[in-house]
Design a protein around this ligand. Structure first.
Ligand code: SF4
Ligand code: MG
Length: 311
């Protein structure tokens, strides 16, 4: 609810006065049980920062993150509620300790939660099997695996404590295209089996469309459009969403689509534009757009934050 993350920056060579980077600037979002909520937007729009706040790698500057009604900020570090929310990282290479055997990587969460060693070994072998890895490979080190296999290890580690909510931060972006769909399918199978919710952050729109039930579009720290996946693709309303979707390559050679081009660069997030943050680049901007911030409104099925779109 009303989540903000502003990173303070000091006065210095580049900054005439102290300020802050407004990475996430007032986001309201609900993720339902067993739902995959996709989150898209250009790099620097705040997607990863939002994900890191949900798993509590970062604390929000303002606002509340609630899990099943409980404000996470009020919980102590030891609480078991925290294990319900886990993260899968973009880069399977750097997120695994190269000096640890994967069996040890996967049993570490159990040691922290004081599970006995027999039970934790059983569970580790079960997890390897669930993510499609040979349980006989538990004694190997991360470098002995391919990129796709390493991401399977990352997924197994995230699932170790039976989470109900998993933040997937560009989980297939570092993988070969041929491997991506295997990992996306694995995530879907695991979601059905373990009844988890995903926040799925990505900038590959085809992947997001495939896996998501609903999709949120972010621009400069705010959600500008939120809709059911097929609705968003067939009926985009926000001018920024239209630009994003127009950039997807069309497979069919005889079908042509002219990509819409944005004027200007992404504005500086330390000093975002007033009113609608998109007004400096929006082809439809009116005088009102620079003064009044449009609220995200509409039905549960489709919400848009734009003065020109009436709900
Ligand atoms: Fe464009 Fe105005 Fe809508 Fe913002 S509110 S997207 S500037 S038309
Ligand atoms: Mg990111």
């Amino acid at each position: 609810r009303s989540i903000k993350k502003h990173f303070p920056i000091k006065k210095g060579l580049l900054m005439k006065q102290a300020g802050s980077i407004k990475a996430v600037d007032g986001v309201d979002l609900d993720v339902m049980q067993q739902e995959t909520l996709g989150l898209v937007g250009e790099s620097g729009c705040g997607k990863s920062t939002l994900g890191k706040m949900i798993v509590q790698l970062l604390a929000p500057t303002e606002g509340e993150i609630r899990f099943e009604g409980t404000n996470l900020a009020t919980l102590s570090h030891q609480t078991t509620v925290r294990k319900n929310i886990q993260m899968i990282f973009q880069d399977p290479y750097s997120s695994l300790n190269p000096r640890q055997k994967i069996g040890d990587i996967l049993t570490e969460p159990f040691r922290i939660h004081q599970m006995d060693s027999h039970e934790s070994k059983e569970r580790m072998l079960y997890l390897l099997d669930k993510v499609g890895l040979n349980p006989g490979h538990a004694n190997r080190y991360p470098h002995e695996f391919s990129g796709g296999q390493r991401q399977r290890i990352g997924i197994a580690r995230a699932l170790a404590l039976k989470p109900k909510m998993v933040v997937c931060d560009e989980p297939v972006a570092a993988l070969d295209v041929s491997i991506q769909s295997q990992i996306v399918n694995l995530l879907e199978d695991l979601q059905a089996e373990f009844q988890m919710s995903y926040l799925f952050i990505a900038h590959d729109l085809a992947v997001v469309r495939h896996i998501s039930h609903r999709i949120g579009v972010m621009y400069l720290g705010s959600i500008v459009e939120l809709a059911e996946a097929e609705e968003l693709f067939s009926n985009p309303q926000h001018p920024y969403t239209k630009v994003l979707l127009s950039s997807i390559p069309v497979q069919h050679p005889r079908m042509k689509r002219t990509p819409l081009i944005l004027k200007g660069d992404l504005p500086n997030p330390t000093n975002p534009p007033s009113g609608c943050k998109f007004h400096t680049r929006c082809p439809y901007a009116e005088a009102k757009c620079g003064k009044e911030t449009p609220a995200l409104k509409g039905s549960a099925f489709h919400q848009v934050a734009c003065h020109l779109v009436s709900s």
